[in-house]
Write a protein that binds this ligand. Structure first.
Ligand code: PXL
Length: 275
């Protein structure tokens, strides 16, 4: 069985980061180990959340992993939170990212034109450095614009997206999948791979936003890559799964404001994965 390590926070309530990656990628038939970066009582949309930084534990966990001689088929990072986390992960890459290790970075620091609580330009610069080291990056359009140095726009066309991709390429990032792109009445992704192949995939816009949707996309994408899907097929599966889960959640009368109801759609994902 392939083994992935997911490096992101544990939000005790709120369905995001590890509490999405762990069940979802495991269900996709991949052993999912974790390195928690921090424990939050709840994700950052909850007023009054607590944040316990686990940087020192990360260092201890990593040195124990090293003594166990572990091999990872993939390293996935999502929401981190501090520049120190990024530095620790860069060291982790040095030790564990072998030639046959797939590295996926979801930079997670902004959405809808604004940075999340607690993030700043210094963080954006630091995560850009990690993005240059990754095999695949999956920024949303806000994160991609900020990392590229272009200002975020709500109204844009494909030339804006291409310019962002050009600039990210110039910075040394490759295999870029930009998510949350709005086009007329559609939502989707635009990707450029290291061989310059480009693809896009759009679905009708669903008028609902739920926390953790990006984490769901990235987890499904990474899980599909480890099931030997091509980047194009993995991205399409992840878009379809995300859209399906959004619409199921929206229809769910008992849904919670704080998270997406992915638990209900895991069987759908697994059906699609093996069909
Ligand atoms: O979904 C990304 C995410 C993950 N973890 C925490 C967050 C967020 C987004 O805001 O607050 C703690």
């Amino acid at each position: 069985m392939k083994r992935l390590v997911s490096i992101q926070d544990i939000s005790c309530i709120g369905k995001c980061s590890q509490t999405i990656a762990l069940p979802l990628i495991s269900a996709m038939g991949v052993e999912t180990s974790i390195i928690p970066t921090a424990v939050l009582s709840a994700h950052t949309m909850f007023p009054g959340f607590t944040f316990t930084d686990l940087s020192d534990s990360m260092v201890d966990i990593i040195s124990h992993f090293k003594s166990l001689n572990l091999h990872f088929d993939a390293i996935l990072t999502g929401y981190l939170g501090t520049v120190r986390h990024i530095e620790i992960i860069s060291d982790f890459y040095e030790q564990f990212a072998k030639d046959d290790t797939l590295t996926v970075v979801d930079p997670v620091f902004a959405d809808n034109g604004v940075m999340y609580t607690g993030f700043d330009v210094e963080y954006a610069d630091a995560i850009s450095v990690l993005c240059k080291k990754a095999d695949y990056i999956v920024p949303n359009i806000t994160e991609a614009a900020i990392m590229s140095g272009l200002s975020y726009r709500t109204d844009y066309d494909s030339s804006y997206v291409k310019e962002i991709l050009d600039r990210l390429n110039e910075l040394g990032m490759s295999n870029i999948i930009i998510t949350s792109i709005r086009r007329n009445n559609e939502n989707g992704i635009v990707a450029r791979l290291s061989d310059q192949a480009e693809f896009e995939y759009f679905k009708p816009h669903i008028d609902a936003t739920f926390h953790g949707t990006g984490d769901l996309f990235t987890s499904a994408f990474a899980g599909a890559l480890l099931n030997d899907y091509s980047a194009y097929d993995a991205a399409r599966l992840a878009v379809d799964y995300t859209a399906h889960t959004l619409s199921v959640t929206q229809k769910n009368k008992s849904h919670n404001w704080y998270g997406i109801d992915f638990e209900e759609t895991i069987p759908w994902l697994i059906d699609r994965l093996y069909s």
